[in-house]
Design a protein around this ligand. Structure first.
Ligand code: LLP
Length: 415
């Protein structure tokens, strides 16, 4: 559920008309709803409240400082994949002690920075990374809290580009190797074996794959326990899907209940790393209709936003809901491709959409909060969009529209 609803013919972001926001701040414009963010974070917190837990918001989904700050205020931890994301968490007032660090290619420098900040856990993804962590921990003279990211070979039944738990994905280590690596790590005094980590994919719309993965992680937990290796937490990653079209994913509590049930008698805390489910539907992307035209049989609606601001449709063929923020009492819906101004044939937001629009109308791409602004680029030397947060009948700029000079400020002309 979100707080972007129609009142009469107009779409509102909480208590503000979307067209008023577009008028005030210009387009393209990312509009976040604070109440929706809070609702989602509280839903995850609530669904795990029976057991010691840590909800680690996956910063990659939306890395705006204001969004991170809201999460931190509600007690969130964070899942990060780079030093940059850790620096963002710290800059936004998040607690490094609640940060888990995933990623297959952490550099020595990144590991050193993370350990020097006292993060909660390094989710190690290969045998060679263990050696780097040992080296850095010895150099800093600290005990590094670690987990292994285990790739359980479970099909998340999602788009192949966002599946991560299959044997042929680059992520994590297999269960067979994991057991030996845990034994090796347990002999190192500069490592504290803190957890077992796992993340099998994103945009999962069924709860079954995560149940299968949980069972596999529990069997590893028991095998390790029999060997005298006790972990403090089990991290089941992120991955809960959202409704972009007509998907019916489980709610956070439906998704977490079977995990909780399976872990309830084990002496561990539960970590999860939701990204998409936390922010996707807490944001819309507003764009203005510039032109319309027909090429052959196709009708095109050309907007002022495109794949540079929202790459998901072009990159994964993702379906995102596009609506007119003003419903016209007359006129006809026409089947159209909604495209952007970028010089690429794949620069589209949606294909074959039935829309009744006029030039100057403001369209909204729903579900834009996850992997929207965080994957935006300045391709075609287009400025990154302005972002605002709505709180009731007030709105606040949380990212200024970039200036052109900002785009090229680090470039140097040879003298
Ligand atoms: N934890 C780890 C280790 C991850 O790799 C990911 C996402 C998450 C947590 C958060 O997963 P979520 O709850 O958001 O599903 N750009 C793609 C999604 C890539 C997801 C990568 N990993 C998209 O736009 O669909």
């Amino acid at each position: 559920m979100d707080y972007f609803n129609f009142k009469g013919p107009d779409l509102y972001a909480e208590d503000i008309k979307a067209t008023d926001l577009a008028k005030e701040y210009g387009t393209p414009l990312y509009v976040y709803s604070k109440a929706t963010l809070h609702r989602h974070m509280n839903a995850f917190e609530d669904s795990l409240k029976e057991k010691k837990h840590l909800v680690c918001f996956a910063v990659k989904a939306c890395s705006n400082l204001a969004v991170i700050h809201e999460m931190a205020k509600l007690g969130a931890g964070f899942d990060i994949v780079s030093e940059g994301e850790l620096r963002r968490v710290i800059a936004a007032g998040g607690d490094p002690k609640k940060v888990v660090f995933s990623g297959v290619g952490k550099s020595e420098q990144e590991i050193e920075f993370a350990l020097s900040q006292g993060i909660n856990c390094l989710n190690i993804e290969s045998a060679q990374e263990i050696d780097t962590v040992i080296k850095v921990a010895k150099k800093l003279n600290v005990v590094a809290p670690v987990a292994l990211r285990v790739n359980p070979g479970v099909d998340a039944k999602t788009h192949p580009s966002i599946s991560t738990g299959l044997k042929n994905n680059k992520f994590g280590v297999s269960e067979e190797i994991a057991f030996d690596l845990y034994k090796k790590m347990s002999k190192e005094s500069c490592l504290k074996i803190s957890g077992i980590d796992c993340h099998i994919g994103s945009q999962m719309t069924s709860g079954m794959p995560i149940i299968e993965a949980t069972d596999k992680i529990i069997s590893l937990y028991k095998k390790l326990l029999a060997e005298g290796i006790k972990v403090d937490h089990i991290d089941m990653g992120g991955g809960l899907g959202v409704t972009y079209d007509n998907e019916t994913p489980p709610t956070p509590s439906e998704y977490c209940a079977p995990i909780l049930e399976r872990l309830k008698d084990l002496d561990v805390s539960i970590y999860i790393e939701p990204g998409r489910a936390m922010v996707a539907n807490a944001c819309i992307l507003l764009a203005k209709v510039q032109y319309q035209k027909d090429n052959g049989d196709k009708h095109f609606i050309i907007t002022d936003t495109g794949m540079n601001d929202m790459i998901r449709p072009a990159l994964y063929g993702s379906w995102m809901t596009i609506i007119n923020t003003t419903v016209h009492p007359d006129g006809e819906a026409v089947k159209s491709d909604v495209v952007g101004p970028i010089c690429e044939s794949d620069d589209f937001l949606g294909k074959d959409r039935k829309l009744n629009v006029r030039n100057g109308d403001i369209l909204a791409v729903r579900g834009a909060g996850a992997y929207g602004s965080s994957m935006a680029s300045t391709y075609n030397t287009r400025r990154l969009p302005c972002e605002v947060m709505v709180d009731g009948d007030k709105s606040y700029v949380i990212k200024k529209r970039q200036s052109y000079e900002d785009i090229w400020k680090d470039e140097i002309i040879l003298g």
